[in-house]
Each structure stands twice: as C-alpha cells, then as structure tokens.
Design a protein around this ligand. Structure first.
Ligand code: NAP
Length: 602
C-alpha cells in the first residue's frame, strides 16, 4: 500500500480543511466536561451488585488451599490462558490460574450481551487456533464461540486441573526465593513464578447521573446482562422486553452491538447518545469451508502478522484480512504506534494523515446519510472528530435500527450526557423519557491493571511495595515484563510495551516471551529471573525517547477513554516503533546476549 502524495490528496479532496477543523473543535467544545473526575463510579461497595457474577450460583464455598506449584497465573482471560499454554509448552507441570470468574474467558466470560461479537476478524483474533485444531465459523465470531474457544484452550493445555475459579488474588509476596500468593478465600499458594494478566477492561463504570439511585425500574450493566429479565440469549429473542420501554445509555463499541438486538424486541427503545461512534461496514460472513481446507500449517501466524503489518501502515504486498480495519491502516497511527512513515518528513506526514483521516470520516458520514431515513436523526448520528479519537466500530445493523418506528435517538451532547434520572424516567434537556429498564453500555475503567491501581499489592525482596517503588520516578521494567527487586514476576499488558488493536496477538507474543525466559532459566538451572537496575534504566530511556507524543492530538479530540476523558495524562509509556518492531526486538534479545542479564539476577 503506497502513501498518496500530498498534492494528489488535496486535489482529490478539495476539502475545506479549516471549516472541518472548526466543526471538530465546536463538536468537541459541546462535549468537554469540567467535572470529569466525578463522572463515573465503580461498580463496587453499595454499587457492587452491578458487578455480581450472574453465571454462577451464589454461596460457593471451599476449604482454603495451602500448597506449592511451579507457576501461578493471575487472571483466566486470553492473557492468562496464553501464559498457561505457553508455560505448558515450555515444560512446566503445575500451573495454577487464579480467576475471580466462574470459568475461563475473561472479558468473554463477563460480556454476554445480545449481539456480542468480536469486531476483529476471528481468524486473527482467536489465539492458538492451529494448536487447538479449531476453525471459527464466522469471519467475525459471536461472543459465545469465543468463550467456548477459551475453554477449549483450558482443556487442550490441561489448565483446568489446578485452576482456582471464583477466587481473587489479594496479595503477592516474595518470601525466601518464592512467591506467596494469597487469595480472598484464604489460600496460600507458593509458586516459583508468577505471571500477572488480570486485564484492563475489567471494572465496569457507571455514570454519576444525579438521581440514578431514585430509579425504581430495572437496571444493569451490559457486562452483566440480565437474561432473567430480558429473556433470550446472546443470539437475541429478548421476549421479556416485548412490553417494555428500554433505555440504552452509551454508544461505544458495546452500545453499537446491543442496540440492534434490543431494537428488535423491545416495545420501545430510547438510545441515549453523547458522542456518535464511527460506524463502518461489517460484512460478516460464514467461513468458506474450501478456503479453510486450503490453509497449510503456519497459516494463523502468517495471517495475524499480516494483519498487524497492514494496520500499522507497513506497506505489504497483500492484505489477507481485507476488512474495514485494514482499509484504515494509514489513519490508525494515532491509535497504534508505528515507524512505518519514518522515511517521510514528519510535517508532511501529519498533513497526509489529516487528509486521509478527513476522507475516511467523510465516507463514514456519507454512510449515515445513505442508511438512515430521517435526516434529523442522520445528522445526530454523524461523528465530527478525527478517526483515531475514538475506538472505531463496525456494524451493518446499528444505523439501520434507527429506521424502526420503535427506536428513538436522544442526543445528550449539550447536557454532558444524561442529565438526571427520576423514579420512572430519564431526563435530558428538560424532556422526560419514561422507561421501565435502563441498560448501561457505559464501558469500563480502561488501561489500569490491578497492580497499577493498587488493588493487587505486590511485595518484592525486602518487602518492597512495587507500586510505591514506582511512585517517584514512574514504572521501571525491562520491556514491560520484569522489575528489579521482584524476581520471577512477569506482567502481561500494555505498560512499557507495544500494544495493538488485535490484543490477543500482543498477549501471545508476550506469553511466548515469558515462557521462553523461564524455559531458558530452567535449562541453565538459574533460579531467579530479574533485570538489573541498569537494564531497567536503559529501557525507561528507550520508552521515554520513542513513546509517541500525542498530547496535541488528544487535546483536539472529543473526550473519551482514548484521550483520558480530555485530560492531559503525560507520556504514554509505550514503545514508539510499534508492535512489529517490538516483537522483533524481543526475539533478537532472547537469541542474543540480552537474556544473559536477567538470568544473572539483579
Ligand atoms: P466505551 O467505549 O467507554 O463507551 C461508553 C459509552 O457510554 C460512550 O458512548 C459514552 O459517551 C457513553 N456514556 C458514558 N457516560 C454517559 C452519560 N453520563 N450519558 C450518556 N452517555 C454516556 O465502552 P464500551 O462500548 O463498553 O467499549 C469499551 C471497550 O471494550 C471498547 O472500546 C473495546 O476496546 C472493547 N469492546 C470491544 C468489542 C469488540 O468487538 N472487540 C466490543 C465491545 C467492546 P462518550 O463517548 O461521549 O464518552
């Protein structure tokens, strides 16, 4: 994919750049919130029922466990499962995944709302397809199929035997050459290695809408769908809503999938929107059996590497996935770091990118006009910001839902969101919308693992508290995985690392890296894996030097979790060249002298 020339672009678009920029600014101003710190509350404490597990019977008890294993993995989502699988391949015998849910699956365990699908192609999103021997049935898999695949990974790699479900890890403490893992069920498990992968989309957010506690109807968060109330299942058929007036608050990636399903079955659906999402083409289709049969060994790795290369704007001769994500590769640079355009003058690239963005957004808005019958509703559904300001979404049913007579769009942008709730209604701009049920599609606390929020305290050598030791100079790791003073402890996630939109791919590369470090240590009879202070310092410098400066871009975006709700957040702490170069760097580090440093101990 070649980069268009600036002159060609400006001729092609003939766009009123200043006018569009002004419109973006104005739309942002409408949404800027001055009281952001108080806008959300966590689903805990007196709001804890919003986070209760609807998929297990309450009252589960068991005896506390005191034993010793090779590795404890904190979290049973795809990160934890991949860590478990790769550690198993590395020869570890006792691997204990500790998970607070009732089974494996992570986000796919919790999120079972009607319409749920993964919006990344299933053939690149679902990990370990060749190892498990599974071919997804659709290009974009429904959530239940993904959850079943997570469980299949658990079975294939024998991760159920030692797993602890409905159990939260409360503390990690280094003691006499091993970790003591304490849980909320009073377990005390000793482990040689600990891998922390407890997710970043874990804690549901509820908006602090005045009067929310006065509402006497039914409410729940999308990540704890109440099928007892709505009837049906993730495939739809919500018969319980046939005589109900339902409100969905939130139009992010979740709201976009929920709305068509609720629209089909509710007596009336009110969609409360603060910022419209970009809704691109989905084009889901069943897997072609002939194509599936034609794939040779290694196809999965090749495909996901190709996807990663294309969405990071790296020119490649082929685009295997060929979907709306890959078509937007050139304008995703503000979401996924990349060095793909390092050979173009940076100022020129900014202009090219802005033009391409403009073109993309014009296409997204034109689609709204084509699909939505009522011009006033269409106007409200058009997004006016740069493409990478918000998580892109994809649907061939969402915009169409607004053509139904039982669906009303309520725009809340001028009021900072839903203004107020009363015993029976939602209030926006002085107008009351009486409803029986309110569904919060209001998202999650994003980007913060339990270690980073302090929910999971970690004490290393000499009882040093990990978070406190990072309080002054910021996080200190080697490649995001290991820290001096915390031997044999490994973090999976985005910190000082290189994230991408296909997060299971990122997690798998991380799991492979951790497993190979451990395998090498075992081969050499080395007990402790720990970086030197010098190695940490050098990595912090690399991150500081390469981490992208997106403050100016974020400052011009509409508020949302991508730009920390419009507040400055400091450097991003990611590896600037992007996921592909980062994965190459790790491979070279493992096969070269680098690994010697962590195996010598700190
Ligand atoms: P989200 O992107 O954070 O969206 C929350 C929505 O709630 C936004 O539309 C927000 O409006 C709205 N909102 C919050 N408070 C409000 C208020 N007081 N009044 C009115 N509206 C309010 O959450 P999400 O949709 O659950 O998605 C979270 C993440 O999960 C995604 O970005 C994605 O990473 C992941 N996800 C992935 C898939 C997939 O297929 N791979 C599917 C679903 C979710 P503003 O935009 O104005 O803040």
């Amino acid at each position: 994919m070649s980069i268009p020339r600036l002159s060609e672009l400006s001729a092609r678009l003939g766009a009123d750049l200043d006018g569009v920029r002004e419109r973006y600014r104005a739309e942002r101003e409408r949404r800027v919130r001055t009281d952001t710190s108080t806008r959300y509350r966590r689903a805990e404490g007196e709001w804890g029922y919003y986070a209760a597990d609807p998929y297990v019977e309450s009252g589960f008890t068991r005896e506390p466990l005191t034993d010793r294993v090779d590795a404890v993995v904190v979290g049973g989502g795809f990160g934890g499962l991949l860590a478990g699988a790769r550690l198993r391949q590395a020869g570890l015998e006792r691997i204990r995944i500790v998970e607070k849910a009732g089974d494996f699956g992570g986000t796919w365990y919790w999120n079972r709302y009607p319409g749920i699908h993964c919006d990344i192609e299933s053939y690149v999103y679902l990990p370990l397809l060749e190892e498990v021997g599974y071919m997804p049935r659709w290009k974009y898999a429904p959530g239940e199929e993904i959850r079943q695949h997570a469980m299949a990974i658990g079975r294939t790699f024998d991760l159920y035997t030692d797993a602890l479900f409905q159990t939260g890890v409360r503390e990690l403490r280094w003691d006499d050459g091993e970790w003591i893992v304490r849980t909320d069920r009073d377990d005390e498990v000793r482990a040689t290695y600990v891998v922390v992968s407890n997710g970043t989309l874990d804690h549901a957010k509820l908006p602090r809408i005045p009067g929310i506690e006065d509402f006497a109807g039914h409410t729940f968060h999308t990540s704890r769908w109440d099928y007892g109330y709505t009837g049906g299942d993730p495939g739809g058929g919500l018969a319980g809503l046939a005589d109900k007036r339902v409100a969905v608050i939130g139009t992010g990636a979740t709201g976009i999938q929920v709305v068509p399903a609720v629209a089909r079955d509710a007596e009336h659906l009110y969609v409360f929107q603060r910022t419209p999402s970009t809704v691109d083409v989905r084009d889901n289709r069943p897997t072609d059996p002939e194509w599936a049969a034609s794939l040779g060994p290694g196809w999965h790795t090749r495909r996901r590497e190709n996807f990663q290369a294309v969405v990071t704007g790296h020119a490649t001769d082929e685009d295997l996935v060929a979907d709306a994500w890959t078509a937007s590769g050139q304008v995703l640079g503000k979401i996924i770091s990349t060095d793909a355009h390092d050979d173009v003058d940076p100022d020129e690239w900014e202009q090219i990118e802005e033009f391409l963005d403009l073109e993309k957004m014009a296409e997204i808005r034109a689609r709204v006009d084509r699909v939505v019958d009522d011009p006033a509703t269409a106007e409200l559904l058009k997004p006016w910001y740069r493409y990478a300001c918000k998580r892109p979404t994809f649907s061939d049913e969402y915009l169409q839902a607004f053509n139904r007579p039982n669906v009303t769009l309520v725009d809340t942008a001028d009021h900072g969101g839903v203004e107020r709730m009363t015993e029976r209604a939602i209030v926006v701009g002085g107008a009351e919308y009486p409803v029986d049920c309110v569904i919060f599609a209001t998202g999650f606390e994003v980007g913060m693992s339990d270690v980073m929020t302090g929910r999971l305290p970690v004490y290393g050598r000499d009882g040093t508290n990990l978070l406190q030791s990072w309080a002054v100079a910021g996080p200190r790791t080697l490649h995001g995985f290991t820290s001096n003073g915390f031997p044999n402890l490994f973090h999976l996630g985005s910190l000082q690392n290189a994230p991408s939109v296909n997060f299971t791919h990122v997690l798998d590369e991380q799991a492979i890296h951790v497993a190979e470090m451990i395998a090498e240590a075992r081969r050499r009879g080395v007990k402790s894996i720990e970086p030197t202070v010098e190695a940490e310092t050098s990595w912090a410098e690399t991150i500081g030097r390469t981490s992208p400066d997106r403050e100016w871009f974020d400052a011009e975006c509409t508020p949302g979790y991508y730009n920390n709700e419009g507040r400055p957040r400091g450097p991003r702490q990611t590896y600037g060249p992007g996921p592909g170069p980062f994965q190459r760097l790790l491979r070279e580090w493992r096969s070269g002298d680098g690994i010697e440093e962590v195996l010598r101990g700190g």
